[in-house]
Design a protein around this ligand. Structure first.
Ligand SMILES: *[C@@H]1O[C@H](CO)[C@@H](O)[C@H](O)[C@H]1NC(C)=O
Ligand SMILES: *[C@@H]1O[C@H](CO)[C@@H](O)[C@H](O)[C@H]1NC(C)=O
Ligand SMILES: *[C@@H]1O[C@H](CO)[C@@H](O)[C@H](O)[C@H]1NC(C)=O
Ligand SMILES: *[C@@H]1O[C@H](CO)[C@@H](O)[C@H](O)[C@H]1NC(C)=O
Ligand SMILES: *[C@@H]1O[C@H](CO)[C@@H](O)[C@H](O)[C@H]1NC(C)=O
Ligand SMILES: *[C@@H]1O[C@H](CO)[C@@H](O)[C@H](O)[C@H]1NC(C)=O
Ligand SMILES: *[C@@H]1O[C@H](CO)[C@@H](O)[C@H](O)[C@H]1NC(C)=O
Ligand SMILES: *[C@@H]1O[C@H](CO)[C@@H](O)[C@H](O)[C@H]1NC(C)=O
Ligand SMILES: *[C@@H]1O[C@H](CO)[C@@H](O)[C@H](O)[C@H]1NC(C)=O
Ligand SMILES: *[C@@H]1O[C@H](CO)[C@@H](O)[C@H](O)[C@H]1NC(C)=O
Ligand SMILES: *[C@@H]1O[C@H](CO)[C@@H](O)[C@H](O)[C@H]1NC(C)=O
Length: 816
């Protein structure tokens, strides 16, 4: 028998068993081995434990339908119990719900004032646990929604009670294995405005949502494109709060104050059994205040983001391993200062750290007028730990350094001089002079000889390799890791990064310039990897980047591609210093990408969904022919793709809604991303950063309104000064609107997109996608395209296409 029907048979049976068990009453406590389930089967309350440590149990609420236990609320955050089986959750004599440990001591209580001699606790279907009067449902003494931990569930509120002046906080966990309150929290402005703040250590605010304008928070313009949630703000004399709901209640979604110091909205993706990141703020990890702790340094371009500065190590390595750096780092060697010891006269020195975001809480020494004097001033003060001398004069720091960031290229990047004990600095300077130089000289000579020998051996091996490797499918070359290390000068010239790994420039022995992609997160076995790669190798099209070879040695998985001298489309479109692409070129780029994708979707042996279409993944060759990069990689990462997706930063704007709603992904997801990109090709700016009249808005919304008013000309990249074919522009805008329809069956196929752009298919006025409907309340009927017979000249396109359209068969074929 098929297991599925059997499972369905059992389901109602379980449902009847558990239907009564959503309450804890005076006579009916909850022992550690049991759980209760809400009436509709959405949430479970019970004991759980985290990580591998077997001796910490918590009482919490989690999703019944999510296979990975995901607590949304924890009772005893700071007071775990050691043994689950002998602990219990029960109604105490005073009517409160309490947690008793092994020795029957109370370790957690609802601590409410109870004016009833009989209470019970009920777990509701929205995840709320209520303690209420047994005979009167509306007499609620306590509820978990009023005491959120790190999660804000749909239907609950996070706000400010103006009567008691109590401000609710969402407080991050300490780390992924410990729900105790961490250092980051979210609160509504205690002063009474409608903005949220994220705080470090309950004191330092490092992010604000901006004021609510009725539809969006001013610093979160991407909310305009929100098709998933309803937000409501309530402000009256007793309270201020926000409440949100999910429009489609089959979507499982949660909002968390994450251990990373970012707020995140996550959605459960049943297909791949993972939580997908829908949105997060602040966007960059290093914008989180003091994320790496004292003497820790954050680097946006590295993983992990945090490391201790030179001469320091983590105070608690185990916490760092769990992603909690709040304790920061400690000095390896104490400073010499203040411990004058005549037998040792080595002085402290300074380590030069350039391109730094300077730490907070500096003191300015206004009387000091030179770099040297600044150094001397710091050296003479034993509590001084660093100095910096710049246009603002001499700044010094005392005590811990917080909020350091390296490889920082904001306008206020500076050089910091960090004070270290002399022994920590030995590498940088040496006054032992000649002896050292002789040693260095000899070493260099020996190394040079070795290098030459090694190089020759390598070369011979390489030739052998090249000959041997022709056997691999798709004409791909199988490289050795060392060869690629050499070709890329040990991965020194980074071209870019992405969801799948970083890309480096390299040069092969025959001086072919290549782009080498170092893949991350590939868990596939050797054989499967080779199979997938040779499949990718066989896919060749003028609008797809050509794979030349690969390397697979243990965990080192690399792909070698042809090098594209003009780089990616985003640099051409968005960087103000590059000359703007003219309209002809842009249109040809749009056509080329459509052809490349249509080939992937429709003409390959296996349909390939790209999954990550965005300007960063479109490369341009010398003559601006676009080539789609990174195709096939989603498949390579396989089931783990959603994990990669969650780590992709900055691509949310291109994600089709079905990624969030969790239905199966089809090639139409690429069509959506293509549409989003097409808007950007027209406007030369990011969809989210459009400013019309100085306001931040969402470009597709603007397009929809301009299409209605017939003024598409104003949408063009202003750098082109109106130099464009208006008919083509209108076609591109309409097409882009069709591509971003919420309902994937309304989107054209990639083949149709190409035909429209090339003028073989005419396009109707698009309906405004539901997500952009805010501005037009007119109901839209959905008509698609009508086809020009291919022998008809494309010149006969009628300018009055709007009035002469007929429905076409395209509508059927576009519903996959
Ligand atoms: C609880 O148990 C006591 C004694 O066993 C009984 O008198 C009482 O009615 C019970 N209460 C409920 C709510 O079942
Ligand atoms: C638990 O322990 C196993 C074996 O020691 C280890 O492989 C696994 O990664 C651990 N899991 C966690 C979450 O620490
Ligand atoms: C139970 O909790 C009490 C109070 O917190 C504590 O003193 C006691 O050691 C705990 N007992 C066990 C077995 O953990
Ligand atoms: C509980 O009730 C007492 C007496 O009625 C009152 O003093 C106290 O403030 C109340 N506590 C809370 C948390 O409401
Ligand atoms: C509740 O208290 C009232 C008065 O204090 C008493 O009459 C009643 O019997 C009590 N009920 C229970 C179930 O203890
Ligand atoms: C139930 O409690 C509510 C709120 O405290 C109260 O207004 C109502 O009168 C109570 N109903 C009964 C039947 O006691
Ligand atoms: C809140 O009000 C206090 C006192 O009026 C003021 O000092 C503080 O700057 C205000 N905070 C914000 C964020 O406006
Ligand atoms: C957080 O603030 C408290 C006092 O408000 C202070 O004692 C503690 O050291 C701070 N934590 C860190 C990591 O600085
Ligand atoms: C404020 O709003 C809340 C929720 O809508 C409501 O329960 C409360 O009665 C309101 N208070 C006033 C004074 O209007
Ligand atoms: C001076 O340094 C020596 C060797 O490191 C040590 O044994 C001695 O205790 C130090 N004296 C003082 C006063 O610190
Ligand atoms: C600025 O930093 C970003 C990443 O933080 C990096 O990609 C970029 O190349 C840097 N630009 C310059 C001019 O250094």
């Amino acid at each position: 028998m098929d297991p599925l029907p059997l499972f369905l048979l059992l389901l109602p049976f379980f449902a009847t068993l558990s239907s009564a068990a959503d309450t804890i009453s005076a006579n009916n406590s909850l022992p550690g081995s049991q759980t209760i389930t809400s009436a509709g089967g959405n949430f479970v309350l019970g004991f759980f434990k985290l990580g591998n440590s077997s001796s910490r149990y918590y009482v919490g609420i989690w999703y019944k339908k999510v296979s990975k236990i995901t607590p949304v609320w924890v009772a005893n955050r700071e007071t775990p119990v050691a043994d689950q089986s002998t602990s219990e959750l029960r109604i105490a004599g005073d009517g409160n719900l309490v947690l008793l440990n092994q020795s029957k001591s109370i370790v957690w209580s609802t601590d409410a004032n109870i004016s009833s001699n009989s209470t019970l606790a009920v777990l509701l279907d929205d995840g709320n646990l209520q303690l209420r009067d047994e005979s009167n449902e509306s007499q609620v003494f306590w509820q978990s929604f009023d005491h959120p931990t790190n999660t804000w569930l749909p239907g609950s509120k996070v706000g400010l009670n103006k009567v008691t002046n109590r401000n609710q906080h969402l407080t991050a966990w300490k780390n992924d294995d410990d729900p105790a309150p961490g250092i980051f929290s979210l609160e509504l402005d205690p002063n009474g405005t409608s903005q949220y703040f994220i705080l470090w250590n309950m004191t330092t605010e490092y992010w604000t949502s901006g004021i609510w304008n009725g539809q969006i928070f001013s610093n979160v313009p991407e909310m305009t494109a929100n098709y998933v949630y309803n937000f409501e703000y309530v402000s009256n004399s007793t309270e201020n709060y926000f409440i949100y709901t999910v429009k489609d209640n089959t979507i499982i979604s949660r909002f968390v104050m994450d251990v990373s110091g970012q707020i995140k909205q996550l959605t459960w993706l049943e297909n791949s059994q993972t939580w997908i990141l829908f949105w997060s703020q602040p966007r960059q990890q290093c914008q989180v205040y003091s994320f790496c702790g004292s003497f820790g340094s954050c680097n946006e371009n590295a993983l992990p983001f945090c490391k201790c500065v030179q001469g320091f190590s983590p105070k608690s390595q185990s916490d760092w391993d769990l992603g909690d750096q709040s304790e920061g780092c400690q000095r390896n060697t104490p400073l010499q200062c203040g411990r004058s010891n005549s037998s040792r006269t080595e002085k402290d020195g300074f380590l030069t750290m350039s391109n730094m975001r300077l730490p907070v809480n500096s003191r300015t020494l206004s009387a000091v007028g030179s770099d040297g004097a600044c150094e001397a001033a710091c050296l003479s003060d034993c509590s001084c730990t660093a100095y910096s001398y710049g246009s603002g004069g001499c700044s010094v720091w005392h005590g811990d350094l917080l909020n350091l960031q390296e490889q920082f290229n904001g306008s206020d990047a500076s050089t910091l001089y960090l004070r270290l004990a002399a022994s920590e600095l030995q590498s940088s300077k040496s006054n032992k002079g000649t002896v050292i130089w002789i040693v260095v000289g000899v070493a260099v000579a020996v190394l040079t000889c070795l290098a030459i020998i090694w190089f020759m051996i390598r070369r011979r091996r390489k030739r052998q390799m090249m000959r041997a490797s022709k056997a691999v499918g798709g004409g791909l070359v199988a490289f050795r890791y060392g060869e690629l290390q050499h070709a890329t000068k040990n991965f020194s010239h980074k071209l870019g990064g992405g969801g799948f790994g970083s890309v480096f420039r390299g040069s092969l022995p025959d001086s072919t310039v290549v782009a080498v992609k170092k893949l991350e997160g590939i868990l596939q076995g050797e054989k499967q990897f080779r199979t997938e790669v040779s499949t990718i190798g066989t896919i060749q099209h003028v609008n797809l980047v050509r794979l030349l070879g690969f390397c697979s040695e243990g965990s080192n998985k690399l792909l070698v591609y042809e090098f594209m001298p003009k780089g990616s489309l985003d640099t051409q479109l968005f960087q103000s210093n590059s000359a703007a692409l003219d309209w002809r070129t842009r249109y040809q780029i749009a056509v080329g990408i459509a052809r490349g994708l249509a080939y992937l979707h429709e003409q390959c042996r296996d349909c390939i969904i790209h999954c990550d279409i965005k300007p960063e993944n479109i490369l341009l060759d010398d003559s601006c022919v676009p080539k789609v990069a990174d195709f096939g990689l989603a498949k390579l990462v396989g089931r783990d793709f959603s994990r990669v997706l969650t780590t992709m930063r900055g691509t949310r704007g291109y994600l089709a809604p079905e990624w969030i709603t969790g239905v199966a992904i089809t090639p139409k997801a690429d069509v959506y991303s293509y549409g989003m990109m097409l808007f950007e090709i027209v406007s030369g700016r990011r969809n989210l950063e459009q400013t019309e009249d100085g306001t931040t808005g969402f470009f597709p919304t603007l397009v929809a309104s301009k299409l209605k008013s017939g003024d598409v000309g104003s949408l063009l990249d202003h750098r082109l000064e109106g130099e464009a074919d208006l008919e083509e522009m209108e076609r591109a805008c309409k097409l882009a609107c069709w591509c971003i329809q919420d309902d994937e069956s309304c989107r054209p196929t990639m083949g149709q997109v190409g035909q429209v752009l090339e003028g073989f298919l005419e396009v109707n006025m698009p309906p405004i996608p539901r997500s952009l409907r805010v501005l037009a309340e007119t109901p839209e009927e959905i008509n698609f395209f009508y086809e020009f017979s291919s022998n008809q000249s494309s010149k006969t396109r009628s300018a009055t296409s709007n009035s002469t359209q007929t429905k076409s068969t395209a509508s059927n074929s576009s519903g996959v």
